[in-house]
Design a protein around this ligand. Structure first.
Ligand code: AMP
Length: 423
């Protein structure tokens, strides 16, 4: 559908056209009119569906119709990761370029004071990760008592990352009467509970999951011995002359090691994960986007929300513990109508993880053995595929094991370098 038909202001339509979007994506066509009507919305949509514009455009329109002069934010967009916050902030700036609304982005890992100054200067739309947002609240550099619209972006990921207590603290300092928009790729019991408490008579919007969209993504499994995976990956990249491949590992340490090893094989690579500084992550991402490195090795959380679209190749160097993460990972390829290939290197110990993924996809993935890399046929002990809660709470994983001081909301200003995200 053309954007003009949604009832968006000319200024917004102009900004959207400048981005090169000719028509809406399904989530945009369904969600934008509901938000413009003032409804609360619960939307099931993953990264890559155009969900950011789906909430940003109507949010900007509603705010531009109100009083823009106050100092305190009138819309708050919460995101689980810094990268996503930065990207949403960029979208707010781009879509709002012909309006006179002010926006700011606050997240951890970078200086506190410049953010405080920015907030003091006055902001209409604030994009934030929960930890740093609470820092600003406790320092009184931020006042949320004028928020009219709240967006929880990737709400499922926020819960997975243990942000529920932070979210509740933030909710407690906002006006009760406001419009609430919640976006989530999955609907767990926890998400339903949060939605029940937060949303008032919400409109439910669902768009096709990427697993069902996946005909543009060619998926293949290469069974191989664990100790030969790195060699096989280098072979695939080299023989296929791949210029841009996103590689997923299960751990930060594994990501570092693999990026180093690929480098030794002559394939320029970087690792991206939560132990890296924000500037190192940003640099790795821009090197990758601009073709200075061929392989970006990432953990699931670090990759989540990265706006890297239309990737020709995604490789699961190791299968994820949680089958839904497989769908997120392969959603990186074949976006916006482009074809992509998603390969999984699967060792004997991962056969149960593969079975779980195939059950979720409701089909078997085609499997191909690469000549010279035939598996030995040894049955290795199974890698555990922990259940939802357990798997997501493991140390080094993405659990709710935040520092106790944080959970207790320990009043004073917390260090700006404290990690709000564990990737
Ligand atoms: P998102 O799901 O918000 O992360 O968006 C995924 C990608 O789709 C981003 O690169 C957007 O710039 C792009 N995008 C968003 N809306 C549209 C549209 N209507 N047409 C084409 N691309 C879009």
């Amino acid at each position: 559908m053309p954007f003009e038909r949604l009832g968006l202001k000319a200024e917004l339509v102009r900004a959207v056209s400048a981005r090169g979007y000719a028509k809406t994506t399904p989530i945009q066509a369904k969600t934008i009119p509901l938000i413009l009507e003032g409804r609360d919305v619960l939307a099931g949509a993953q990264t890559g569906t155009g969900k950011t514009a789906a909430f940003t455009l109507p949010l900007l329109q509603l705010l531009s119709a109100g009083n823009p002069q106050g100092r305190h934010p009138r819309a708050l967009i919460l995101t689980p990761t810094r990268e996503l916050a930065a990207q949403v902030g960029e979208s707010v700036g781009a879509y709002g370029r012909h309006l006179s609304l002010r926006h700011a982005v606050v997240y951890g890992g970078v200086g506190f004071n410049p953010q405080a100054q920015r907030l003091r200067a006055g902001v209409d739309v604030l994009v934030a990760t929960p930890g740093r947002l609470l820092d600003h609240l406790s320092q009184r550099t931020l006042n949320l008592s004028h928020v009219e619209i709240l967006v929880l972006d990737e709400a499922d990921r926020m819960l997975d990352m243990g942000f529920i207590h932070d979210i509740r603290k933030v909710l407690a300092v906002m006006p009760k009467k406001r419009q609430n928009l919640m976006f989530s790729a999955t609907y767990s019991e926890e998400i339903k509970k949060l939605a029940d408490g937060l949303l008032h008579l919400p409109a439910l919007v669902e768009v096709a999951r990427q697993s069902q969209d996946a005909e543009l993504v060619e998926q293949r499994v290469h069974k191989v011995d664990k100790e030969r995976k790195r060699e096989l990956l280098s072979h695939l990249i080299g023989s296929g002359d791949w210029r841009q491949v996103l590689v997923f590992t299960r751990t930060k340490h594994g990501a570092n090691r693999l990026a180093e090893q690929l480098g030794q094989d002559g394939i320029k690579s970087s690792a991206i994960h939560g132990n890296k500084s924000q500037s190192a992550r940003t640099r790795a991402l821009s090197d990758f986007k601009e073709g200075r490195i061929r392989a970006l090795v990432a953990t699931d959380i670090a990759a989540r929300g990265l706006d890297i679209s239309r990737l020709p190749h995604v490789v699961n160097f190791e299968l994820p513990n949680v089958p839904e993460d497989y769908v997120h990972r392969i959603g990186r390829t074949g976006r916006a109508g482009e074809e992509g290939v998603a390969l999984s290197l699967v060792a004997s110990e991962e056969r149960k993880l593969l079975a779980d993924i195939e059950r979720l996809l409701k089909r078997q993935l085609p499997s191909e053995v690469i000549p010279g890399f035939e598996p030995s046929g040894r049955e290795e002990p199974l890698l555990k595929a922990p259940g939802r809660g357990g798997g997501r709470s493991q140390p080094g994983g993405r659990g709710g094991n935040r520092p106790p001081a944080h959970r207790a909301g320990a009043g004073g200003r917390r260090s700006g370098s404290r990690q709000h995200q564990r990737t």
